[in-house]
Structures are given as structure tokens and as C-alpha cells.
Design a binder for this molecule. Structure first.
Ligand SMILES: *Cc1c(COP(=O)(O)O)cnc(C)c1O
Length: 370
């Protein structure tokens, strides 16, 4: 039995009521900053339990615009995790700021004990990345930010509805960025992003910056960006948002089943599952012996495992002049030993058993061969 990684063909295979809503919407012509976008921003705020949500055209722009709105300037240093998707670093770079990396801990997020040693007189912000659906230990991040007078933008693009100590991702920092990209847990049909904040002033500035700095049709208050969330995508978002909690619960349940299966396989090590953390498993990752052979074996059997990521961002060619000879051992260890399996809300119990069975078969065949 093959187990696919992407569930996108299943997710929107049967949604006649969404097609009806889209047809009605198109006939209104309300395409930019339209009414469904305002509705989606309200719906997103209540889902996240924050007062303000601003739709932008990607998760990358959400990070970039939040940093700019919080006063991060060209030449300022921004601390972030050494293991993240390129977008975090791209967003920091786009406003002329300088990314400064901190190694991760075994839960794939920034090791908060290493932040202070990365702070210099030029540090202006911290962008913790809640990578894979785990959360950065945000109480500690906020303590450090307060002590050094830094602003914090959470990169929560992979962690919608994750929690640390009972508080949701996105509710800790000065602002937080979410992505609505098709491959994220709450996904629309194109690029899309959301910024959340508790500050009314920041909300106003974010709204200006995402729409060219236009206070109204005729007045440009400061130069900004063209980065509005498409109202068409907001219609999709409004249809999806009532399913968001259920999606996260299904992923958590699937991760539990995979964990139970993998507990029987000594060559697989399950990362710490901290008690105080609600992990939402945007990615389901374990540590594996003979990782590369296991990956090839799984793929040859039709079980689409992946590596997130084989080359850590800080070791990418584009960053060599920035990083110089720094080394982040935990990030490097993960790049060599991690493997991701499907864990999404559309995965069946039979598919979960197939994943565990295939991994078990690999190690059984290995030990017979030696
Ligand atoms: C997806 C992602 C982003 C950017 O989101 P886009 O909507 O694709 O621009 C940023 N950070 C992380 C960690 C992501 O996974």
C-alpha cells in the first residue's frame, strides 16, 4: 500500500458549498480588501484569541511587515533559529536587517539558553520559529526580550493552534506571523499570510504598510508594500476556519498513533514531547538510525517520507558570507538524523500502520542481511 505525503487533492475534492460561496463572491467584484477579508480577520482573531489580525499576501510578508512596523531598520540584527525554512531569513533580509542564528534544541526550536550569547549592541529583535508545530519556550524568550529591550515577532507559520504553558502560539510576542500557504495546516488556494497582535497602534501601522502606506485613497502616510491577502482566498479561509481545531486534533491523534508504533522500533528515537506543550505536528519528525537508507527504502515501497531539511538554512550557499565559520551542532545533527512521515488529518489508520510496518521491515531486513 502506498502512502502519499500530500493530501491536497483529498482536502478540496468535495466542497460544493465553498464553490457556491466563491461564485457568489466573484459576482460581487469585491476583490481587494473586500468584505470576506474583514470577516476572515475577525474569524482569525477569535480562533487565535487575539484582538487584531491583519491579512497579508504570505507568511514571509507577515514576518517582514511585522518587523518593519515594530521599527526594525536596515543594519539591525535579528536573532532567529539556525534551523528554519528559508522564508524566515528572507523576510529579515528583505528589510535590510541582518539575521543572527542561534542553534536549536531537540524539539527543533531555538535553544532559549543560547539567545543571550548572541545579543550585541546592534540586536533589535528576536524571531523565534515554532518549527514543525512545536513551540519555542516563549516565557523565556519574552524575559530576555524585556531585559534587553528587544521586540519579538513569532514565526508561527508552522504552528497554528500550538500552545506552550496553556498560551497559544502568536499570543506571546509583540506580533506573530502565520502562513496560509497550501502546505500549511490552515491553508488556502494560493499564498496568504496573517499577522496577529494585541496592540491597536501596531494593528493600524500594519494595515497601512500592507497597502502602500495609504491612509485612504488619496493620502500616503509612509511608503509600504503591496501585500494584501486576496479577498478570494479569504472566502476559502472563512470556509476552512471552523475546521481548524479539528485539523489540529486529528494531527495530534495521528502523531500519537505513530509514536506508539515507533516505540516498538529501537532504531527510531521519538523526540521529547514536553508536557506543557501542545504540539500540532505540521511536520511529524523522528530521529532514525541509517536515516538515508531508511528514506530510500520507504520511498521505494511507496511510503513518501521526507527530510525537513537535508541542508540547514545556515549552511546554504546564499548565506555563506553572513554565517562565515559558525557551526550549530544540534542543527547539523538533525539534518543528518531526522526523517518526516505523513501525519495529516486525511491520513487513515491503515496508512499509519503501513508507515510503521514499512519502517519495521527496513530494520528487520537490515539485521537479517548483516
Ligand atoms: C511557510 C513558512 C514561512 C513563510 O510562509 P509563506 O506563506 O510560504 O511565505 C515562514 N516560516 C516558516 C517556518 C515557514 O514554514
Amino acid at each position: 500500500m502506498a502512502v502519499r505525503y500530500s493530501y491536497l487533492r483529498q482536502q478540496f475534492a468535495n466542497c460544493p458549498e465553498l464553490w457556491d460561496q466563491l461564485r457568489t463572491f466573484v459576482s460581487t467584484g469585491d476583490f481587494t480588501l473586500g468584505k470576506p477579508l474583514q470577516e476572515f480577520e475577525r474569524n482569525f482573531s477569535s480562533l487565535m484569541t487575539v484582538p487584531y489580525s491583519v491579512g497579508v499576501n504570505s507568511g514571509t510578508d507577515a514576518i517582514k511587515i511585522a518587523l518593519k512596523a515594530l521599527g526594525v531598520n536596515p543594519g539591525d540584527e535579528v536573532i532567529t533559529a539556525a534551523n528554519t525554512f528559508v522564508a524566515t531569513v528572507g523576510a529579515i533580509n528583505e528589510i535590510g536587517a541582518i539575521p543572527v542564528f542561534v542553534d536549536v534544541d531537540e524539539t527543533f526550536c531555538m535553544n532559549v539558553d543560547l539567545i543571550e550569547s548572541a545579543i550585541t549592541s546592534r540586536t533589535r529583535a528576536i524571531v523565534p520559529v515554532h518549527f514543525t508545530g512545536y513551540m519555542t519556550k516563549m516565557d523565556r524568550v519574552m524575559e530576555i526580550a524585556k531585559k534587553y529591550g528587544l521586540v519579538v515577532v513569532e514565526d508561527a507559520c508552522q504552528a497554528i493552534l500550538a500552545e506552550w504553558k496553556g498560551e497559544k502560539s502568536g499570543t506571546w510576542g509583540d506580533a506573530a506571523a502565520f502562513s496560509l500557504h497550501p502546505l500549511k495546516n490552515l491553508n488556502v488556494w494560493s499564498d496568504g499570510g496573517m499577522i496577529v497582535t494585541k496592540s491597536k497602534e501596531l494593528d493600524s501601522r500594519l494595515r497601512l504598510l500592507r497597502n502602500h502606506g495609504l491612509a485612504d485613497r488619496d493620502h500616503v502616510v509612509e511608503l509600504g508594500f503591496n501585500s494584501r491577502l486576496d479577498t478570494f482566498q479569504a472566502v476559502v479561509g472563512n470556509w476552512l476556519i471552523p475546521q481548524a481545531v479539528d485539523i489540529s486534533e486529528k494531527r495530534i491523534a495521528n502523531a500519537k498513533k505513530l509514536d506508539q508504533g515507533f516505540l516498538e522500533i529501537p532504531q527510531i528515537r521519538i523526540p521529547e514531547r514536553p508536557k506543557d506543550m501542545r504540539v500540532v505536528y505540521h511536520l511529524y519528525i523522528v530521529y532514525a538510525e541509517k536515516r538515508d537508507q531508511l528514506l530510500n527504502y520507504c520511498v521505494s515501497k511507496g511510503v513518501e517520507a521526507k527530510i525537513h531539511y537535508p541542508i540547514p538554512i545556515y549552511r546554504q550557499q546564499a548565506l555563506t558570507s553572513l554565517v562565515k565559520d559558525l557551526v550549530f551542532p544540534e542543527t547539523d545533527y538533525q539534518a543528518r538524523n531526522i526523517i518526516s512521515f505523513p501525519c495529516d488529518q486525511h491520513l487513515s489508520s491503515a496508512e499509519i500502520s503501513e508507515i510503521v510496518q514499512t519502517v519495521g521491515d527496513f530494520y528487520r531486513e537490515e539485521s537479517n542481511a548483516s
